[in-house]
Design a protein around this ligand. Structure first.
Ligand SMILES: C[S@@+](CC[C@H](N)C(=O)[O-])C[C@H]1O[C@@H](n2cnc3c(N)ncnc32)[C@H](O)[C@@H]1O
Ligand code: SF4
Length: 314
């Protein structure tokens, strides 16, 4: 095996504990593929997770969501507990839409060993939420964030995905979050999942000017929102030297237990359907098909990445 750039150095492993969801966000891969009849709402059993866990390397962070709402997995607390008891991870977390189950269910996962919870909030304005997080009742979400902030014994962070549909509203939404508690808010770019599937672009992605506007807004609002720590996640990647190293550092295991390159390329065919229930993850990356894929990735960004927020901007 002659893997090069980035050679394998696992920082984070992401395991998709469910592909089911209570919302239908228009920018989400599940919504897109469900609309085309190409999606199954699988949930990973705690028994399958246990076999996968045995084959994961120790690393900094374990993320227990992929596409789908992890709190809809009825065994999520058991899964978190197993991960915590393994002692393999410095931190265990997942993103949730905050609305899938009641506060008690979130308390159960916190007590089972979740290190911190990230709640996704792209807008707290109903008309905008309808466009970016369809199915969200914003009053319920705001109330829930306040309740969780008071009830959970673990930190809560907020993830806000910013696209053209919510860019002009994001200041308003941040002001509302500031009234709900103290949070770190990660403002991240939107990925065009339609392009990942080689369909026409959805044209919601921020261009350079809009990104600069967001950066200026974050700088201006920071001092006015003392309860929030605002972090605009990654700079736009520009050239070869800047490339995303996720396939070498942040592999993904889908709800059936198959290994994939990263949390954007979540189809098992890239690596030829290698099951992490059967094969240790580090060994799996050295098998012929994953190794060939990684060697190709090391040489040049594949077409499959177009549409990803981390792909090089041209
Ligand atoms: C796919 S969701 C799954 C977890 C959970 N259901 C949620 O919404 O938080 C994981 C994260 O991806 C984000 N996300 C969804 N669609 C996205 C897109 N097109 N581009 C970038 N991030 C996206 C969500 O907002 C969320 O923060
Ligand atoms: S809540 Fe998460 S998983 Fe559900 S549709 Fe939205 S982005 Fe996708």
């Amino acid at each position: 095996m002659s893997l090069r750039w980035g050679d394998i150095s696992i920082d984070t492993v992401q395991v998709e504990t469910t592909r089911d969801c209570n919302l239908a966000c228009p920018g989400c891969l599940r919504t897109l593929r469900k609309g085309m009849g190409r999606w199954s709402d699988d949930r990973m059993s705690a028994a399958l997770f246990s076999r996968i866990l045995n084959h994961l390397p120790a690393c900094r962070v374990l993320i227990l969501n992929g596409t789908g709402e992890p709190m809809l997995n009825p065994e999520i607390a058991d899964i978190v507990r197993q991960a915590r008891d393994s002692g393999k991870f410095q931190g265990i977390t997942f993103n949730s839409n905050g609305l899938a189950r009641g506060v008690d269910a979130y308390l159960d996962v916190a007590r089972a060993g979740l290190g911190f919870l990230s709640i996704s909030v792209d807008s707290l304005t109903q008309a905008v939420a309808d466009k970016v997080r369809a199915g969200t009742k914003v009053d319920k979400l705001a109330g829930r964030i306040g309740e969780l902030a008071r009830a959970l014994p673990i930190p809560i962070t907020i993830t806000s995905v910013v696209c053209r549909e919510n860019l002009l509203d994001i200041g308003e939404t941040l002001a509302k979050l500031n009234d709900l508690g103290r949070f770190t808010v990660f403002l991240t770019d939107w990925s065009d999942v339609a392009q990942l599937d080689f369909l026409d672009p959805m044209a919601r992605r921020l261009d350079d000017k809009e990104r600069a506007f967001l950066a200026a807004l974050v700088t201006k609002l920071g001092p006015q929102l003392p309860n929030l720590d605002l972090v605009q996640t990654q700079p736009a990647l520009r050239g070869k030297a800047d490339r995303c190293s996720a396939p070498f550092r942040h592999p993904f295991v889908d709800a059936e237990g198959y290994l994939t390159p990263c949390c954007t390329l979540t189809d098992a065919h890239h690596y030829g359907q290698v099951s992490i229930a059967e094969t240790p993850l580090l060994e799996a990356l050295g098998l012929p098909q994953p190794a060939r894929w990684l060697e190709g990735y090391a040489l040049a960004e594949p077409l499959a990445c177009r549409g990803c927020q981390h792909a090089i901007r041209r």
